[in-house]
Design a protein around this ligand. Structure first.
Ligand SMILES: *[C@@H]1O[C@H](CO)[C@@H](O)[C@H](O)[C@H]1NC(C)=O
Ligand SMILES: *[C@@H]1O[C@H](CO)[C@@H](O)[C@H](O)[C@H]1NC(C)=O
Length: 360
């Protein structure tokens, strides 16, 4: 009989050939876990947060703060959190500068992931170099997004005591109304009035939800029993990543240490890990639920959401009707911002800016 090749040979060849494919798939299905926040980064943040607290106690103790002595009107701090280009910068420029009389009513701060530093298209404009704060890398599904938001808040507290509202915005967000409309709404004035500092009465606009089918999975994302005693399940909340906080709440957030100890821990279940959607609503609901509206001013479309991402709007979906539709809310105030929009929406949005978006 002629010796035939081993029957194992084809199997072996097949196995060897498929090895690169197997390696490719496992490495893509299981990406390496993102690095935790390093001790030096954590200490640098702590120092920044302490400075914010010190600035605040200093300015409230002395009656002649910058705010009191210059009669400066209360401002809104716009805090842009981005890990890509600032794709809608021209639309935001128009939002801020459409009316020159708004110039002293806002400040802009940008936290841009240093690995993807956005190009600055208008050097002297709203997003000039000096509006970029010292930033660290951010990774989805980690506490780095909480840290970045707190860095923005602390910087804005220190930078200007006139900052009375702190609005977090992503690169995918667009405005749905004019600046003047937003300002008058937040400070509860009509166009003939002047905003006053009655901030103890103002509320933060942050979504706070206690009934959610995924809440338990998200609560146990770092392992069973890990969150207690600091965060009991009954206190655990979910809400909007993008919010508008009062100065009082902004200060509470940068002074917070207890919950952070737990929220900064890495997740074991990445598919249930959205720390930034829990930390702020949980903390503010524990500390001052009455001081929060319980809803956000930023419209997000969660219909058919995939992998924790909301619906992204593309140019073919844009129309004046969409803008009017997105503004509509079931709450006291209409929506002021919306996300997410793909970068190529910029030109059609610019075309609608004066006639639709900034016409209230
Ligand atoms: C600009 O804002 C001022 C103050 O709110 C207002 O009186 C004026 O009408 C605005 N101008 C335009 C062109 O919208
Ligand atoms: C929300 O997204 C869905 C698709 O995911 C779309 O059909 C619907 O029109 C969107 N709603 C609004 C108000 O844009």
């Amino acid at each position: 009989m002629i010796s035939s090749p081993s029957p194992w040979l084809p199997t072996l060849i097949l196995l060897l050939l498929s090895l690169p494919i197997i390696i490719f798939f496992t490495s893509h299905i299981l990406p390496p876990p993102p690095p935790p926040i390093s001790l030096p980064d954590e200490l640098a943040d702590l120092a920044l947060f302490r400075r914010a607290a010190a600035v605040e106690s200093h300015s409230t103790r002395k009656p002649k703060s910058r705010l009191g002595s210059t009669n400066s009107k209360p401002k809104i701090a716009f805090m842009f959190l981005t890990n890509t280009d600032l794709q809608f910068a021209p639309l935001w420029e128009k939002f801020f500068n459409g009316n020159k009389s708004n110039r002293n009513l806002y400040n802009v701060y940008v936290h841009a992931d240093p690995t993807v530093r956005p190009e600055i298209k208008s050097p002297g404009g709203v997003f000039s170099q000096d509006r970029f704060i010292p930033a660290k890398e951010t990774h989805r599904g980690t506490a780095t997004l909480i840290a970045a938001a707190r860095r923005l808040i602390a910087t804005a507290i220190i930078d200007d005591p006139a900052n009375q509202f702190f609005t977090l915005i992503s690169q995918h967000c667009i405005p749905l109304h004019s600046f003047q409309f937003l300002y008058n709404t937040l400070f509860e004035i009509n166009s003939h009035q002047v905003a006053e500092l009655k901030h103890l009465k103002y509320k933060s606009f942050i979504e706070i939800i206690s009934q959610d089918p995924n809440l338990w999975d998200r609560y146990t994302a770092r392992g069973d029993g890990v969150m207690v005693p600091e965060v009991k399940f009954e206190s655990f909340r979910v809400g909007s990543q993008f919010f508008t906080l009062t100065r009082q709440h902004a200060l509470m957030v940068v002074n917070e240490r207890r919950l952070w100890k737990k929220f900064k821990l890495p997740c074991l279940k990445p598919q249930s890990c959205y720390p930034e959607e829990h930390y702020f609503p949980t903390f503010l609901s524990i500390e001052d639920r009455k001081g929060c509206a319980g809803y956000t001013l930023t419209r997000v479309n969660w219909t058919d959401s995939v992998n924790g991402h909301p619906h992204t709007y593309y140019p073919s979906e844009l129309s004046p009707e969409l803008i009017y539709n997105l503004r509509r809310s079931n709450f006291v105030q209409p929506y002021m911002f919306a996300r997410k929009f793909s970068p190529d929406c910029l030109n059609p949005l610019m075309d609608m800016a004066d006639g639709v978006i900034f016409r209230d």
